[in-house]
Ligand binder design. Structure first.
Ligand SMILES: CC(C)(COP(=O)(O)OP(=O)(O)OC[C@H]1O[C@@H](n2cnc3c(N)ncnc32)[C@H](O)[C@@H]1OP(=O)(O)O)[C@@H](O)C(=O)NCCC(=O)NCCS
Length: 192
């Protein structure tokens, strides 16, 4: 046998192999966010501020800014929910906020869902968005918008479309982050 033909054994025989640990099931519960969740919410959001273009923020949000945002959302009786693992880790959050502060926009909200990177791709985004839509409808709001970056957020666009959001417009070259121009895709769902 030539040396290059020699194939070293890559795996132990089955009976000697260590049994793989079964992956822990991905379990969580969903509840209203509280002020105590805001440091985790901030950490999750700031990860995407620093590492992605899914948000057009460039400066990390402070806890004070999150407390103010939380207070306004509560005052306006808009939903702000978190998904929490059995050991209490916040895995992600969903909220709706005012689309615009002018009075005539009062029945229209903009949603926002952010998951801890390790919690993505396992169906949690779908559960959070579904729950958020129901709570927003129950609270009496009529129209929901999502403003999504036109690059790097394809997952979010697919997710919204699967809930019946329709693309209603695009803006090109309105954001500039990480030395490149970005646009936004606007999606809308009627909650009636
Ligand atoms: C976008 C986000 C909320 C989606 O949540 P998720 O738990 O990762 O997504 P899910 O596993 O629930 O997938 C739901 C659907 O979204 C779509 N989707 C999710 N990730 C996708 C990807 N990377 N590429 C294409 N489609 C994707 C699919 O349609 C999927 O449906 P399917 O499972 O039937 O194929 C989550 O990935 C996230 O927090 N991303 C970073 C922050 C962000 O972009 N937030 C949205 C700002 S507008």
């Amino acid at each position: 046998m030539l040396e290059e033909e020699y194939q070293p054994r890559r795996q132990l025989p089955a009976h000697l192999r260590k049994k793989a640990e079964p992956e822990a099931p991905f379990t969580y519960s969903i509840r209203d966010a509280t002020e105590a969740d805001l440091p985790d919410v901030r950490e999750i959001y700031n990860y995407y501020v620093v590492n992605s273009v899914v948000t057009f923020d460039e400066d990390q949000m402070t806890l004070k800014e999150w407390r103010n945002k939380f207070a306004l959302i509560k005052k306006l009786k808009m939903p702000f929910i978190v998904a929490v693992s059995p050991n209490g880790t916040v895995l992600g959050y969903g909220l709706v906020a005012q689309w615009k502060p002018k009075a005539a926009f009062r029945f229209t909200v903009e949603n926002s869902i952010y998951l801890r990177p390790s919690a993505t791709g396992k169906g949690l985004g779908r559960v959070l968005l579904g729950d958020l839509i129901e709570r927003t409808r129950a609270a009496g709001f009529k129209e929901m918008l999502a403003v999504v970056a036109d690059k790097g957020a394809e997952g979010s666009i697919k997710l919204h479309e699967s809930f019946g959001f329709k693309e209603i417009g695009r803006m090109g070259r309105v954001g500039f982050k990480f030395e490149r121009w970005l646009g936004t895709v606007l999606l809308q769902k009627s909650l009636k």
